[in-house]
Design a protein around this ligand. Structure first.
Ligand SMILES: Cc1cc2nc3c(=O)[nH]c(=O)nc-3n(C[C@H](O)[C@H](O)[C@H](O)COP(=O)(O)O)c2cc1C
Length: 243
């Protein structure tokens, strides 16, 4: 597959097909952010990245919220540039890179020399196994306190930095691979859970527990993809269950 950089007038990254590498506005994609450590070793961690739109030049902008205390946080804030890689559905096992402490052999394998390439613009490392990646620069950073209920952070661990980024070069080496997003799986989870409602008595604690679970999933779905049209099914179901 050719390395498809930005072409003037190209909407390769912004079409409407679900079967192509397409980014939808305000959606959070689960990515792998890659940077070198000061030691020269490669550091790669899963980070959710929201596609926030395009600037005038047509280059994509992104936002990520990264917890202070994570190695990737400090690398990002200091390096002010990085590689964002977009695994597809069949590549989600790469997200166990978030467990370097529990699965050190796996993390080591991913970042072995032979599995690492060098990006053409910033000369930064990337995982060869993930075809689609962007070279981005950090345009701004803002300290944030995180809603611990939605993010599952503890009250002692709720400091994060919002990192704003802008694409410098997009490498879409396999345009047929959609970037992974948690929305579709969670949407089906919501429907499966909601379909249990008709078997429950609304006066029971099981009913109340189901409603709490459904509202929590709905909140998460709208956080992942606030503009997704399927959110209207969620609202209708919750409304009808409440009546
Ligand atoms: C799919 C996935 C998405 C994640 N998204 C984020 C995120 O958006 N922000 C964040 O701070 N941590 C996120 N994490 C957790 C980090 O990857 C995790 O804290 C990781 O251990 C950081 O590792 P490091 O300290 O070695 O960089 C995510 C984890 C997974 C598995």
């Amino acid at each position: 597959m050719p390395d498809t950089d930005h072409l003037p007038g190209s909407n390769l990254h912004r079409g409407s097909s679900n079967f192509a590498f397409t980014l939808h506005e305000q959606v959070i994609y689960e990515t792998i952010v890659v940077l070198p450590l000061p030691s020269g070793k490669v550091h790669a961690s899963p980070v959710g990245v929201r596609f926030t739109g395009c600037i005038e030049s047509g280059k994509e902008t992104f936002e990520a919220i990264v917890y202070q205390g994570a190695v990737i946080h400090d690398l990002l804030v200091h390096a002010r540039r990085c590689i964002i890689q977009f695994p597809a559905l069949h590549q989600v096992d790469v997200f166990v890179l978030g467990f370097k402490d529990l699965l050190p052999e796996y993390a080591g394998l991913q970042t072995k020399d032979e599995n690492i390439g060098q990006s053409p613009v910033f000369y930064l490392p990337f995982l060869k196994s993930i075809e689609n990646f962007f070279e981005v620069r950090v345009t701004d950073t803002i300290d944030e306190l995180i809603d611990d209920r939605v993010s599952r952070a503890s009250p002692d661990n709720d400091s994060a930095t919002k990192i704003m980024m802008e694409t410098v070069a997009a490498h879409v080496r396999n345009p047929h691979l959609p970037p992974f997003c948690r929305y579709p799986g969670l949407f089906v989870e919501f429907l499966v859970a909601a379909s249990r409602a008709k078997m429950l008595d609304p006066r029971t604690s099981s009913w109340n527990a189901l409603l709490v679970e459904l509202h929590s999933m709905a909140e998460n779905l709208k956080k992942i993809a606030p503009l997704d049209e399927r959110n209207r099914y969620i609202d209708s179901i919750l409304l009808k269950l409440a009546s």
